[in-house]
Design a protein around this ligand. Sequence first.
Ligand code: FES
Ligand SMILES: [Fe+2]
Length: 418
Amino acid sequence: MLTTEENERLTRVGPGTPMGNLLRRYWLPIAVAADVGARPVARRLLGEDLIVFRTGQGKVGIVDRQCKHRRADLLVGVCEDEGIRCGYHGWMFAVDGRCVEQPAEPRLNSRVQIKSYPAQELGGLVWAYMGPQPAPLLPRFDLFVWDDALRDIGECVLDFNWLQAMENSVDPHHVEWLHGRFMNVHNALEAKGAEPVQVLAKRHLKVGFDRFEYGIIKRRVLEGQSEEDEDWKVGHPLVFPIILRVGGGGMDQFQIRVPIDDTHTWHIWYTAYRPGIPFARQATIPKYEVPLFDAAGNRNVDFVDGQDIAAWAGQGTIADRSQETLGASDVGVVLLRRMLQEQLARVEQGLDPLGTVRDESANACITLPMEQNKYGSGARFRDELFAHQAVRYSPIRHEVQALFSQAESSAAPPAAEA
Ligand code: FES
Ligand SMILES: [Fe+2]
């Protein structure tokens, strides 16, 4: 349980708030790179309305949504070689926010500057840094840089606070209930999926959480397992402050919960598939929408991520943590809150928060711990993902599954002769 004040401190992300200041110390995804093309794109991040654009020279810029002249919306603007030109009177802003043209003025007022933030592209996403200089490095986490992976990007907008999603990432017990008991009963009642999902319904015998240099490693021992299994020995991480890493069987996923503002979250499923055999290179990373509601307007709870989202939504627009009753099984949630509070204090002291990367030599590819034989079932877990998780909406799922099957059949030992 938190006091109302503590809850505010951990959830609010706008400019000048403690958590807003902390989140501004990290590079955050702001757009899918393929969406930033000939036209500017409007995005809201940490409560600030921004425009993401690509110049004719290929540079990506992030500036205030409203023009510095007379506040027109730069979404009605033109991407040009040198920057973005306001559609109203043609003032042009470079990627660093300098106003470089004021066509109807007798001379350029070179002091005019629009708010701008550094932008970088990595792994098919555009990332923004909204904090103080000197900016840290954009961490090159493995999924974003592997050159032997196919990728896709699923997305949706959640109408509630980001922290509910992150707390779920250190809450292993919910898996056996929400994605085991609830899903199996729901799908049986709806006559969907006659086969109950056994892998996700295994009981947790033990859970563990360890701090590491990028966040928290989550471990579990399920029924039928021991501490010798990868789920305990390796585990998988919550990467501070907004990423959960999941996967198994050659399929790795970041679930990224980007705070749009206090009450909206851009949820990204960034999946990398490594079948271990050659495949045609992707020109762009395909994107898909994850449907949160069914045709009748009810929350879509027949798949894992839809169940998570329904649970988080049910906690409220901003969950009132002053009204909770925590138990021993909430140990991961308590640790996450404590670590976030520690990072708030570090930033208030002018220190870098956990996971800040400033050493170029360590940033070629940051390999994160990740069990592959997840739930003791490896490839079977991957198949469960395709059947029951957001990736079932991916436009490349059949292509990817065919590659994995091909890889498995070519790796299988030859059948014994009769
Ligand atoms: S309002 Fe943008 S140029 Fe006038
Ligand atoms: Fe879940």
